[in-house]
Each structure stands twice: as C-alpha cells, then as structure tokens.
Design a protein around this ligand. Structure first.
Ligand code: AMP
Length: 423
C-alpha cells in the first residue's frame, strides 16, 4: 500500500518521499489509519518493522491538524534507551521537515541544563527516557499539561528495565483526555495490565506472531567450547570476510574484554555499554556505521535501538538469559526487508538457554560444527551465572532504577534527591 492511501498530509508525504520510502510496511498500514482517527492503539511490533514511522507520521499529522497550541508540549514519546530516543528524535525531525514543529529529546547521561534551555524555547514534541523526564518534572522544567498524545515505545523493554513505577508516575501527571499508543514487541500479562490502565478501548494490532523474528534472517548455531569462542569468532569474521558485525555479550565486562581481544587479533573493534559515556557510545556507533570499525561489541541494553541499514551479521557471543532478548538482538539484522545472518556461539553451559529460545521461536535452530572447533564432549556444563549481567532482576512495581545504560563512568550522582541518571 502506498503512503498516499493512508490519509497523511501533503507535507508529511513529501518528507516520506524524501526518505525514499515507496510502500508502507504492514505495521504502518495497520496503525496509521486508526491513529489518524484519534483512536488509542496497542501494537505488537518489534524494531525493524518500520514501527517508529508508524507512530511518528500520524503523530505529526495529528499535531498539524489539532488545536493550535504552539510551543507547548503536545506529544510525548517515552522510550527505554538513549539510543532509541535519539533515533526517534531524528525521525520526528526527518518526517516533520516540512512542518513548523520543534522537538526536544531528553535522556540521562548528558547535561540537563542544555535540555532545560531547549525546553524553555518551546517544544511541540518531547521524546524522553523515563528517568530524566521525571527529573525535569520534579524540577518544574517541563510542562506536560497540554499533552494530547502519548506514545509508549518498546513498553516491554521499559518494564524489563524496571521503569514501571516511573512510567506510572509520568502517566498519572498527564491530562486524562489524550490519545495513547503503546508499542511492544511482546505482550506479557504486565503489558496487558499496563494497556488496560493507560489505554481506552484500543485498536489492537499484531504484526509479528509472539517472538517471531523477521523473515530474511538466517539463524545458525555454532556449538563450541566456551574457551574457544573468541578464536572461532575471529575465524568466522576473517574467513567470511565480514566487514560489519555486531556482537552481543551478556556483560559490560565481557564486552570490554572481548573488544580488546578482537583488537589484539587485528580486527578494528569498539564496545558500547552502559558504563561508557554518551559521547563514547555515539562515536563508537558512528564509526561502526561509517565502516571505520569492523566489529561492534555491545550489551543488550546499549544495542537497543541501533538502526543500521543492511547490517549483515549479528553474533550472539553469549546467549541472553531472557529468550525475548534473542529476538531483539537478531532483529538488528534483516531490517526493512534486507537479509542477514544471526550466528550464536553456544557452549555446553548454554544448552538450557538455547532450549528456551527454541521454545519461544517454536523452531529448532540449525547447528553447524565448524571444522576444528567441535566441542570437547568431556566438558560438563556449569551453570551460567547472572552475577554480572546487565539486566536488573525483574521488579514488580519496584522503584529500582535499571543498572545498565544509566550512569556513564566517571559521572557522579547529583546532589538532588534523584540519584540515578537514567538511560
Ligand atoms: P523501525 O522498525 O522503526 O526501527 O524501522 C526500521 C527501519 O526501516 C528504519 O531504518 C526505517 O528508516 C526503515 N523504514 C521505515 N519505514 C519504511 C518504509 N515504509 N519503507 C522502507 N523503509 C522503512
């Protein structure tokens, strides 16, 4: 379906055309019409499906055709991570290129004063991570009383990151008369509860079946002993002449260690995780996108929202503890119709994690033993500890702040009552 048939304004269609999109993706086809009609929407769609445009385009259209309330914040997008926030902010600017709206992106780990200055000048759209938004709300540096439209992007991830209490506090402070859109890759009981509390008679849209990765991703498991994973990874990158590969580790420490080892192997590598400053993360990502760095090692949270067209290779150096994270990880490749390969290096300790993933996917993944790297059958499984994982334990309504993606190293708490710089 072409964008013209969706009822979007000429200014928005022009911006879409300039982006080079010809056809609306399924989530765009399904979401845009009800959002334009003012309905609440509950959408099951993962990244890579075009979901950002599916809420950004009609959001801009609604602002364009709604009440004239210039330079007051009328639309709020809540998103779990800085990277996603930055990308949504870019989408708002791109798709709104021919509209007069101003947007501000606010997230932690960077100066709050710059954000305050921008907010003072006036903004129509705010894209924010929950923690920093609450900071602004508590300091009285943002006025949300004119909000007409709220988007909760990647709501499942916000729950996983322990943002539930923050989200509830934010939503409670918004006008009741508003349109609310909730996007989530998965629909757990908690998401349903959140939807029941925040949305009114929503139109439900389900683009992917639960946990199903996009078509076009070739998924392969390479069984290997734990101590030989790094060697095998270097071998695969070299033998396959991979020029751009995103590698996932479970921990920040693991990401640093692996990045160093790969550098020692002669592969240009960068690492991104929550202990790196925002500037370092942005630089690493830019170098990776530009092809200056061949390998990017990332933890789950830091990689969230990385959007690279045609990223051909994603490697699970270690399998995630939570099977849904596998789907999120491999969703970095084969985006918007391109094909890609997701390779998992799996040692004997991780067989249970692999079984959990296969149960979620409802499919058995292909195993391929690489010559010279067959696992030693004498090695017995040891439990995979969660000790240094980036993922905080799931909290039901707990107010704890997520441990990842928060405070860049070297940055200390502010003296204010909110100790964490979030996302
Ligand atoms: P998202 O799911 O929002 O993360 O988007 C995934 C990628 O698809 C982004 O790089 C978008 O720029 C791109 N994209 C979004 N909509 C379309 C479309 N209709 N046609 C082609 N590419 C698109």
């Amino acid at each position: 379906m072409s964008f013209k048939d969706l009822g979007l304004s000429a200014e928005i269609l022009r911006a879409v055309k300039e982006k080079g999109y010809t056809k609306a993706t399924p989530v765009q086809q399904e979401s845009i019409p009800p959002i334009l009609r003012g309905r609440d929407v509950l959408a099951g769609a993962q990244t890579g499906t075009g979901k950002t445009a599916s809420f950004t385009l009609p959001l801009l259209h609604r602002l364009q055709h709604g009440t004239v309330n210039r330079r007051r914040v009328r639309a709020l997008v809540l998103t779990p991570t800085r990277e996603l926030g930055a990308q949504i902010g870019q989408s708002v600017r791109d798709y709104g290129a021919h509209l007069p709206f101003r947007s501000v992106v606010i997230f932690g780990g960077v100066s709050i004063n710059t954000q305050i200055a921008k907010l003072r000048k006036g903004a129509d759209v705010v894209v924010a991570t929950p923690g920093r938004l609450l900071d602004h709300m508590q300091q009285g540096t943002i006025d949300l009383s004119a909000i007409e439209l709220l988007v909760l992007d990647e709501a499942d991830r916000m729950l996983d990151m322990g943002f539930i209490r923050d989200m509830r506090r934010i939503v409670k402070a918004l006008p009741k008369e508003r349109q609310t859109l909730l996007f989530s890759a998965t629909f757990s009981k908690e998401i349903r509860r959140l939807a029941a509390d925040f949305l009114v008679d929503p139109v439900e849209i389900q683009i992917t079946t639960h946990g199903k990765p996009a078509d076009g991703i070739r998924q392969i498991v390479l069984p290997v002993d734990k101590r030989r994973k790094r060697e095998l990874l270097s071998h695969q990158i070299g033998a396959g002449n991979w020029q751009q590969v995103l590698v996932f580790t479970r921990t920040k420490h693991g990401a640093n260690k692996l990045a160093k080892q790969l550098e020692d192997d002669g592969l240009s590598t960068a690492a991104i995780h929550g202990n790196k400053s925002q500037a370092a993360r942005t630089r690493a990502l830019a170098d990776f996108k530009a092809g200056k760095v061949r390998v990017l090692v990332a933890t789950d949270v830091a990689a969230r929202g990385i959007d690279i067209q045609r990223l051909p290779h994603v490697v699970n150096y270690e399998l995630p503890h939570v099977p849904e994270d596998y789907v999120h990880r491999i969703g970095r490749t084969a985006r918007a119709g391109h094909s890609g390969e997701a390779i998992s290096l799996v040692c004997v300790d991780e067989h249970k994690l692999l079984a959990d993933i296969e149960r979620l996917l409802q499919t058995r993944l292909d195993r391929r033993v690489v010559d010279g790297y067959a696992p030693d059958p004498r090695i017995k499984a040891e439990p995979v500890t969660k000790g240094r994982s980036n993922r905080p334990p799931r909290k039901r309504g707990g107010g704890g702040r997520p441990s990842e993606s928060k405070r860049p190293s070297g940055r200390r708490k502010r003296s204010s009552r909110r100790s964490a710089v979030t996302s």
